[in-house]
Design a binder for this molecule. Structure first.
Ligand code: GLA
Length: 721
């Protein structure tokens, strides 16, 4: 709901459990007033307190207080000494700005998001137009309220309404001030193989910044920030989550001022950023979602999941059964023969697997990491029958076929590079860094995007392909493009991202029946932007069930379970060399989108039976995972155990997975307390032969048998009365 109180110039925005209030002050400037649990629309008295922070135009006596004003768009060079939201440099070099309210509109229309991922449907949109006091710059702030979800979507547009060019030097998507700084910060940090660990820290004075300068959202950080009230736990207390729908270099800051207030801002990374805005042009910033958690981090996570499922992920895929894949990568890496792959297909079919995925090294003359990225034609020396031999074998087995691409990469040893060295991002005279022996394509150039589009489109059109794994295996460096003049080199990173989005957009539009899965050396580009095109993203290159389970736990803070693609791998688990029972490997992969990456030949009969029954069970279980609500019951970042419970929206069925990371002697009483159940409903837990109400199962919990290192337990709950 959006309502404008005309008499007092107050905007009331509200969702199921939150209110967001702003007003236009006496000076004509937009001020934030409140964001938190739902209140009534009778808060006009707040203007009395707010007045002392007003800065009527021209009254310099007031202006020293700008630092305390809750701003929806922080200005630059005008006595607000927080970091600004946008910096606009005019032709004469002047950069000061202060944006005054001009007008607003409330509509059912979605704002223009051309070129960027965005929510597919909305509720009401409030657009507030502001005008700079000192230049011909206008900014439109967009707020989209979703009636069924505690998510508020924001972005802004910067408009050059003058007759001269101007240069943007910063273009964040949002600014929000809280009246106090009584928060802890929740971040998701990590590395390759250990992405998205939950980290909760104090928030001190000064600026805390989460960012990526790697050309992609990265393994190291996730474009997410949580603000938790000090008493906020998994199940209780107030919290706020902010997520960017953007996959490139980004910054998110929390700045605590000397007045002990916190301002959060974020968007495209400002480092080295610039953008030429010609007269009449506008710059659209990425959308950001603000999620309000009224009862703990868990409630925030469930709203994030509802938001991505209901508004961002393509409706065709969001609740559909995704194919259970077997990908041969960790079994063969580059060294495979057609014969071996055919065998894997046959064996996979016997296990009830839905799809075979042909990973890296099917194209060009690729036999190892050194060559052929960019040459997207089938290597018929390796695959003598082309792709059709494999595809036909899949079909004979009632399976589908998927394929791997790394569309943004180019090898110097490739036909594409020999013909077009200028297609790679590099600067003449500077030795480029080679990461995995490869360079990155210059997607700021439309002809490069076209060239890759044509090649991938041809493969998808010529063959019966149902799934595409979109990989991206290095960070961007030595940034330079000859497509832009010297003063506009700061546009590269965002233009690169726009090129990636354009390619994704064209391919997904043209091939709507192909399921796209994101990947970047595992989980190096796992963000709300990619989810718009790819309903699922590979969680990590590690398939170690404890390590990847932690990744799944962290990812679930702000992404739905079904977005997290989780493969069951070989006994050792990729890269960690630990032995896990097949049961644990399967159980933990079932808290996500289930898939496999294992050597079918190496399975024991017991393991085969486990996989077969798992796949049969998944035909039903996926519904709960895709649609249900997640309750995190044991936190692996705090204990040696992790536990997840997924409950359907009607609270009739539940599925819990408990995993033990490390067994501690003498501590074998393991009780599991269930959240998320209906208090008065009686549930049966088949595995334990227990029947009790949700209230009892929550307060007393159940005692589980002792679990040793890497063992797991699964429980199915069913409402019986
Ligand atoms: C990356 C991916 C892997 C695999 C390889 C292929 O590392 O994360 O899953 O596709 O590339 O080279």
């Amino acid at each position: 709901m959006i309502r404008f109180d005309k008499e007092h110039n107050i905007f009331y925005l509200s969702g199921p459990h939150y209110s967001y209030i702003m007003f236009v002050n006496e000076g004509g400037y937009l001020q934030g007033a409140y964001y938190g649990g739902k209140v009534d629309e009778d808060a006009q008295y707040i203007l009395r307190n707010a007045k002392r922070y007003n800065f009527p135009a021209g009254d310099l006596n007031y202006e020293y207080q700008c630092d305390c004003v809750a701003n929806e768009l922080a200005s630059y060079g005008r006595l607000d000494f927080h970091e600004p939201t946008v910096i606009v440099k005019r032709n004469d070099g002047a950069r000061m700005s202060r944006f005054k309210y001009v007008s607003h509109s409330i509509s059912e229309e979605l704002p223009d998001m051309t070129g960027l991922p965005h929510i597919r449907r909305g509720g009401q949109t409030l657009s507030i137009l502001l005008q700079d006091d000192f230049s011909d710059t206008r900014v439109q702030l967009n707020y989209i309220v979703l009636d069924d979800c505690d998510a508020l979507v924001r972005n802004l547009e910067i408009i050059n309404s003058g007759t001269e060019d101007m240069m943007l030097h910063k273009a964040f998507s949002y600014c929000l001030d809280f009246d106090d700084a009584n928060f802890k910060l929740l971040k998701l940090e990590g590395e390759w193989l250990t992405e998205r660990n939950m980290e909760i820290t104090d928030i001190g004075h000064g600026i805390t910044k989460i960012h990526s300068l790697r050309g992609k959202s990265s393994h190291q950080t996730s474009p997410f920030m949580g603000l938790l009230r000090p008493d906020c736990t998994e199940e209780a207390g107030e919290c706020f989550g902010i997520g960017l729908l953007y996959s490139g270099c980004y910054s998110m800051t929390a700045e605590v001022s000397s007045h002990s207030r916190v301002r959060v801002q974020g968007g495209i990374s400002e480092l080295e950023f610039c953008w030429k805005l010609a007269a009449g042009e506008k710059f659209i910033t990425p959308q950001t979602v603000f999620v309000y958690g009224s009862s703990g981090i868990g409630s925030m996570s469930r709203s994030f999941a509802d938001f991505y499922r209901g508004y961002v992920i393509h409706p065709k895929w969001v609740y559909a059964k995704r194919p259970v894949v077997n990908n041969h990568w960790s079994v063969t890496e580059f060294q495979f023969t057609e014969k071996e792959l055919l065998k894997i297909i046959d064996e996979s079919a016997k296990l009830g697997i839905d799809m075979f995925v042909l990973d890296d090294a099917w194209f060009g003359r690729r036999y190892d990491e050194h060559s052929s990225l960019g040459d997207w034609y089938v290597n018929e020396t390796k695959l003598k029958g082309g792709l059709n031999t494999l595809i036909d074998r899949c079909k004979q087995n009632g399976m589908k076929f998927g394929i791997w691409f790394e569309p943004e990469a180019i090898s110097e040893d490739s036909d594409l590079y020999r013909a077009h060295p200028e297609y790679a991002i590099r600067k003449a005279g500077v030795e480029p860094t080679r990461s995995r022996y490869q360079l990155v394509l210059d997607f700021t150039k439309p002809e490069v995007v076209d060239c890759i589009f044509r090649q991938i489109d041809k493969i998808l059109s010529d063959y019966d392909i149902s799934y595409l794994k979109w990989d991206m295996n290095r960070d961007l460096s030595e940034l330079y493009t000859d497509s832009l003049p010297a003063e506009r080199q700061g546009e590269i990173l965002h233009r690169y991202m726009l090129g990636v989005y354009e390619l994704l957009d064209r391919l997904t539009q043209k091939h709507p029946d192909v399921l796209f899965e994101g990947c970047a050396s595992g989980g190096g580009r796992f963000d709300g932007g990619m989810l718009y095109y790819c309903p699922q993203i590979q969680a990590s290159d590690t398939n170690d069930p404890w390590q990847r389970g932690k990744n799944q736990y962290g990812s679930s803070v702000c992404y739905p379970l079904s977005a997290v693609s989780c493969h069951v791998s070989d006994r050792e688990g990729c890269c960690q060399n630990r032995h896990f029972p097949m049961k644990t490997r399967c159980a933990i992969s079932s808290i996500g989108t289930l898939g496999y990456e294992f050597d079918t030949r190496a399975l024991t009969e017991e393991e085969r039976q486990e996989v077969i029954s798992r796949n049969a069970q998944w035909d039903e279980l996926y519904r709960l995972i895709n649609r249900g609500d997640l309750y995190r019951l044991m936190n692996p970042f705090e204990t040696d155990m992790m536990a997840f419970l997924v409950v359907d929206k009607a609270k009739q069925n539940g599925y819990a997975v408990v995993e033990c990371g490390k067994y501690t002697p003498n501590k074998y009483k393991l009780s599991l307390k269930f959240s998320g159940l209906q208090e008065d409903t009686v549930y049966e837990i088949c595995e334990l032969g227990i029947k009790a109400t949700g209230r009892t199962l929550h307060r007393i919990g159940v005692e589980l048998p002792r679990l040793h290192d890497y063992e797991s337990y699964e429980l199915h709950l069913k409402a019986v009365q």
